[in-house]
Structures are given as structure tokens and as C-alpha cells.
Design a protein around this ligand. Structure first.
Ligand SMILES: [Zn+2]
Ligand SMILES: [Zn+2]
Length: 264
């Protein structure tokens, strides 16, 4: 299995997860042109995509769902609440209803050779989820857009080999930054986004010897920057006294969010 971040930031998200036989996109919150270019970069033809998995209906995750699904007729996997929101969003244009496949959190499903499990996250959307991807004894997890985490989330991320995790903002930068008060409150709330510090703590909680790659994503352009996210998270991990910290590779999504494929 491999994961490639095509784009990841507060302005647009799209991640590729695939095997030799299966190609999936998680969220399509950037233009079709950028998605096609990103896929080309890793040698994937958009016609090969077997499914689009949506985490939630915010525009940085679904912006081109209409255009992409009309161009390539790709099945769209999402929760009931998310599907309703997508259908009600007039900006997206018509999407054939037979393309929608309703999924349920904590109930696994299979696309070709990948077993997928959606899990609930705490975010201000209708029915948001994140995803685990399993093949054989390998596991990839994506955990973005969560305002807080609990034992349920920790349990879901347990044993993962590649963890794509949100490091959205630096709390201090956000507090003194240009965002209006209501937006600051939203981001900092339990239904908002994980700060660098919270993200570091969550990673420390799920560390294990087989966690080989950590990718920090969904960075805010206004309230974070890659070096700061990396430093804050490294600090949290050092405090956790993890003995095998040097074996773990940490990558960070820059402003475009493109990160070369990470393979297992
Ligand atoms: Zn969101
Ligand atoms: Zn988002």
C-alpha cells in the first residue's frame, strides 16, 4: 500500500491511497486540474480511480466532487449525513445518485483488495469521519479535521504503519493572528481542528515500533508553518521518551501539500 498527499491544507485536501490493483482518493477539495496533475506525478490515470472517499462536506474536502464524478463516473463513498449535504450543495452541480455509496462508521467495507474502516471524528460537519486502510498486516490511517480526540480515536489509530495526521495551527499564532474572533473560537473548539501540540500528544499516545511514517497535514496557511509544526510535534514526542523515535520518518505538507508517495 502507498499514500500520497496530493494536497493538504486549510484551502484544499486530496490524498491518494492505493495498491497495485486499487486506487482511491480521499477527499477532492482542490481543482480537477490539480488532482489530475497530482495523479500524473505518481503515474496514475484518473480513469483508474476505483472510489472517492469523502470525510465531510466542507468545501476544502469536496470542491470538485461534481466535476470529477461527472468526468470519470467514480463511485463516491460517504456517510449518510455527508451525502445529504453534498446533494444539497447546488454549487457542485448534478451528481448521478447511483454514484453514491453510503457507508457507516465502525462498519468495515472492501474496495478490491483494500479493507476500509471509517471512524467518527469530532468536527462541525453533518456526519464527519476519517479512514483506516488495511491490507494484509499493513495499516494506513488518516486523521484530519478533528477538534479533539478521545480513547475511541486512539483505539482506531492503534497499530497503524502510516499516520497522516492534522497539525492545523499553533495556538499562540492563532490567538494573535488575523482571524475574526468567532473563527478563532471555532478552530479552537472541540469541533474544530487539532493544534500542533494536541497532534503531538495524540501521536505520542499511539506510537509503536511499527509506526514507520508520520505525515503532518492540513496545516493552516495563516496560523502555522511547516518548521513550527515539525518542532512542536518533535518536542511532544521527545517528552514521551520513545526509544525508537529516530526510526520514525516525519514528513510535512508544505503550502501546496504535495508529498511524494510513502510506501509500506
Ligand atoms: Zn472541515
Ligand atoms: Zn478541512
Amino acid at each position: 500500500m502507498q499514500l500520497c498527499s496530493i494536497a493538504s491544507s486549510s484551502s484544499g485536501n486530496c490524498i491518494y491511497v492505493g495498491t497495485e490493483n486499487t486506487s482511491l482518493l480521499i477527499d477532492v477539495g482542490i481543482s480537477k486540474k490539480k488532482i489530475v496533475a497530482g495523479l500524473k506525478e505518481i503515474g496514475i490515470d484518473p480513469n483508474e480511480i476505483n472510489g472517492i472517499l469523502i470525510t465531510h462536506e466542507h468545501s476544502d474536502h469536496i470542491k470538485s466532487i461534481g466535476v470529477i464524478s461527472r468526468a470519470y463516473s467514480i463511485p463516491i463513498y460517504a456517510t449518510k449525513g455527508t451525502i445529504e449535504q453534498i446533494k444539497n450543495d447546488k454549487k457542485l452541480g448534478d451528481i448521478k445518485s447511483e454514484l453514491f455509496i453510503e457507508i457507516v462508521a465502525d462498519k468495515g467495507f472492501v474496495i478490491n483488495d483494500i479493507f476500509i474502516e471509517a471512524f467518527n471524528i469530532s468536527h462541525d460537519a453533518a456526519e464527519p469521519v476519517c479512514y483506516n486502510f488495511l491490507k494484509g498486516d499493513k495499516k494506513i490511517s488518516i486523521a484530519t479535521d478533528l477538534g479533539c480526540y478521545n480513547d475511541y480515536i486512539k483505539e482506531k489509530l492503534k497499530g497503524t504503519n502510516i499516520l497522516f495526521i492534522e497539525a492545523n495551527h499553533d495556538k499562540k499564532l492563532l490567538e494573535v493572528g488575523p482571524y475574526p474572533y468567532f473563527l478563532k473560537r471555532r478552530i479552537l473548539s472541540d469541533l474544530g481542528h487539532l493544534s500542533n501540540e494536541a497532534s503531538g500528544k495524540l501521536i505520542a499516545d499511539v506510537l509503536h515500533t511499527e509506526l514507520k511514517h508520520i505525515i503532518l497535514g492540513h496545516l493552516s496557511k495563516e496560523n502555522n508553518f511547516p518548521e513550527l509544526a515539525f518542532e512542536s510535534i518533535s518536542l511532544e514526542l521527545k517528552e514521551s521518551d520513545c526509544e525508537y523515535l529516530n526510526d520514525i520518518k516525519i514528513a510535512i505538507a508544505n503550502s501546496d501539500g504535495f508529498i511524494k508517495p510513502v510506501k509500506l
